[in-house]
Design a protein around this ligand. Sequence first.
Ligand code: FBP
Length: 543
Amino acid sequence: MARSQYQPKLPSSLWGAVKAVQGEPTQSVADQEEIKALFPNTYGLPELTFEKDPKQSKLAGAQFNVGVILSGGQAPGGHNVISGLFDGIKAINKANRLYGFLMGPGGLVDHNYVELTSEIIDEYRNTGGFDIIGSGRTKLEKPEQFEKGLVILKELNIKAVVIIGGDDSNTNACVLAEYYKAKNVGIQVIGCPKTIDGDLKNEMIETSFGFDTATKVYSEVIGNIQRDCNSAKKYWHFIKLMGRSASHIALECALQTQPNYCIISEEVEAKNMTLDAIVADIAGVVAKRAAKGDNFGTVLIPEGLIEFIPAMKALIAELNDLLAAHPEFAGLDAAAQREFVLNNLSEANAASFKSLPAGVARQLTLDRDPHGNVQVSLIETEKLLSEMVGNKLKEMKEAGEYVGKFSPLHHFFGYEGRCAAPSNFDADYCYALGYNAAQLVNCGATGYMSSVRNLTKPSVQWIAGGIPITMMMNMERRNGEMKPVIQKALVDLDGKPFNKFASKREEWALNTCYLYPGPIQYFGPAEVCDQTSRTLYYEQGGK
Ligand code: FBP
């Protein structure tokens, strides 16, 4: 109850009347000619920054209605984006209305919606989850879908749609913005950066919302496991962490908890490491700790690891193209599917496929998500690794290189953190993103992402504005075709967060340096309650 009364803090530039200041025209991060040709109406737009408008005493504007969609995986703070958007449009004009499309982008296409009134909004302020309107992974990409959406948008007199989603959903938001602008139907589309994975970020989008809370929740539980581990001193815990491709979540949790080992997929790829090399490295740490009498420890594993092991990456890429070209594959039974794959893959990839335990190999051929991604959260890498480490240790024991006891336990943390009540950081950030999106609608912007920056400073000093989505795009291969997509931000191996980790990991491996962050605190001193993620802290110059 007390938490629902929390009033998120807004950047001071959004207090009262605002004006949009235009920056220079922008360019996409890569493949400029192709992106420009695909987005003739939304390419090259200027960045926008909101400042206080000294000419107006009060925020005011014409009446308009807005639609909102939650897209993709849940992330803490989504309800605050919606409440910020609601308060933002009401501050512009009390008669403005907000409609929520139900269960993701499919709600727009199928005309399932609800009007979000203050009674509904008030129940969800500062809560986790996306249950206010639900979420879904329908991919908005076809003109028929855009046309169906247009019918309901016109019927409800909606001026703008705000799509709260990750890189793929914001890419689709931009495609929709371009379509409506080309048709001149007067409907704007604005995106908001959501994902616990932390991979939707760049110079202008410092972090996606939800990353802060989710990593704090995972770190709390990892800390609890480490305390248990250090008390009983008898288990090795293999902990897989969500995060899809990028290892931002694993890295952030390592910085918060100081485990004995943490794999960073991007490093595995850069060093061209094989699965056997990773296993040998972990087994080496287990053996060194055992030599000191410490038969316990923690290993953090990013969920997307398998895709970054070069041999596996090549295999997955060929499988993606193969499965996209053969829809009949889905109708075969498991044995026939394995046979089909082995017969149709190149020799090298067929050999990699064969070398995997059958269960893991099968998981690589299971249905892709609607964006063509392998569903990495289904692959049990924590079990695969601990089994292989166990085998390696047996060999080492026989060779007299290891004396000890290895009892592994397995965990997967993902869903535990995606709907947690937002930390103060996410509560404020999300509310500001939503409130700011209302200002983007009011100033007529389309094809922009809501951007709030300067995030390690107190929230009053945050910088609010809009970034053209085309600016973040490049061309990538998806479902067998080259497509314009927002460039994913992977862990930067030259970046400060990774370097901090790399400078400490040997010490953390051999000695027991665990940190136990405990639960998120909502009330109390700012240094306890308002801390940003370690990643953001180091990225923005923290020592
Ligand atoms: P988004 O990219 O849509 O934010 O989803 C993030 C995520 O939680 C990933 O970390 C995970 O791999 C995936 O969703 C799981 O998908 P699902 O919710 O369909 O189980």
